[in-house]
Design a protein around this ligand. Structure first.
Ligand code: CP
Length: 358
């Protein structure tokens, strides 16, 4: 595990002269420890506490500030190289990780398995070890098999960041979605996500985004509703949450799911993952679950319409809604860079506060 350091602010005058009771010191140290990043890898958000998620959010705020500068760069990862390995197609995740590394002055090596020795039978573990031996300081991995990132992490001695594994998890997507909600809801409230209703609509069965979002949102106190046809929302999708003491509700009526929602996350219908036998027809899905203006009207008037992308145009949401005033899809894309910068920073430097050098 990477070593953990943190910057501290100078003590106030009264703190220098007045000794604090031991119980207060112990409580403060425990609180600070909870707010310190200690993880080498990011494989899912299910293990993250609310404090850890808040560290990512606050670090992403600092990264947003860097990105708003005239020269949007910081020297943090100078001399370090991040290897990205994408066994599945990607536009947003791969490009934003590359952008994030470059904004932190690091170097990137992108490995495309289709043109690598993977085609000659090289295993995932061999690929990871090879890139590590060449000097990769971190591995960003997307893979069609659930659990692939955990396997890579077990055999790596550098941070592994899961960029999406099968149906299992897509932690940076969930964190950027949360960051987008927080950007809209953060007013004077200390706890902007708590008590918010978030409807996640569509192909929940195949969606790593739905799972990671539900872990992140419930950790922060939101009410999560999964909605889709019964074949794409079987009972077992909520079992893991129930065992962990988290509440995720499933409804099959889209109007009920959207009623009073603060945010709606429309999911991509994953045609590459054998949904054909699970739906009578695409037309029936559109009739029953497509988010159109009338359906969105059941949600709060300031609802956030979200989609992780890529959108199947005219299927999950109507073009008018996708490009309409409630859509924050492009903000999600923009926030992906800052959130991935934050994740790289935390996992590769072990620091949980962005100092002036950043
Ligand atoms: N949301 C997402 O993972 O998109 P990409 O597949 O384009 O990376």
């Amino acid at each position: 595990m990477a070593s953990t350091t943190r910057t501290t602010s100078a003590p106030r005058k009264d703190e220098e002269t007045t000794p604090r009771p031991a119980t207060v010191v112990a409580r403060d140290e425990e609180h600070q420890a909870q707010r310190t990043w200690r993880r080498r890898d990011l494989l899912d958000v299910d293990v993250l506490s609310a404090d850890e998620i808040e560290i990512v959010m606050e670090t992403a705020d600092a990264m947003q500030e860097i990105l708003s500068r005239q020269i949007p760069k910081a020297p943090t990862l100078r001399g370090r190289t991040v290897a990205t390995i994408f066994y599945e197609a990607s536009t947003r995740t791969r490009a934003s990780f590359e952008w994030a590394v470059k904004a932190l002055s690091g170097d990137v090596v992108n490995l495309a398995p289709s043109t690598s020795s993977v085609t000659k039978g090289e295993s995932l573990i061999d690929t990871v070890r090879t890139l590590q031996s060449m000097g990769a300081g971190s591995i960003v991995l997307r893979h069609p098999e659930s659990g692939a990132a955990a396997v890579a992490a077990r055999h790596a001695n550098v941070p592994v960041i899961n960029a999406g594994d099968g149906r299992h998890a897509h932690p940076t997507q969930a964190l950027l979605d949360l960051y987008t909600m927080r950007a809209h809801w953060r007013g004077d409230e200390r706890d902007p996500i708590r008590g918010r209703k978030v409807a996640v609509v569509g192909d929940v069965l195949h969606s790593r985004v739905a799972r990671s979002n539900a872990w992140a949102l419930t950790a922060m106190g939101a009410d999560v509703v999964f909605c889709g046809p019964p074949t794409l929302t079987p009972d077992e999708i909520t079992e893991g949450f129930r065992h962990a003491g988290r509440t995720v509700t499933v409804v099959n009526d889209v109007d009920m799911a959207l009623d009073g929602a603060d945010a709606v996350i429309a999911l991509r219908l994953q045609s590459e993952r054998q949904i054909q036998g699970l739906l009578p027809s695409l037309r029936s899905y559109v009739r029953g679950y497509q988010i159109d203006a009338e359906r969105l009207g059941r949600a709060k008037s300031d609802v956030l319409l979200m989609h992780p992308g890529p959108i199947n145009e005219g299927v999950e949401v109507t073009p008018e809604v996708a490009a309409g005033p409630r859509s924050v899809v492009q903000e999600q894309v923009q926030h992906g860079i800052a959130v991935r910068m934050a994740v790289l920073y935390l996992t590769m430097t072990g620091q949980s506060e962005v100092g002036p050098a950043a």
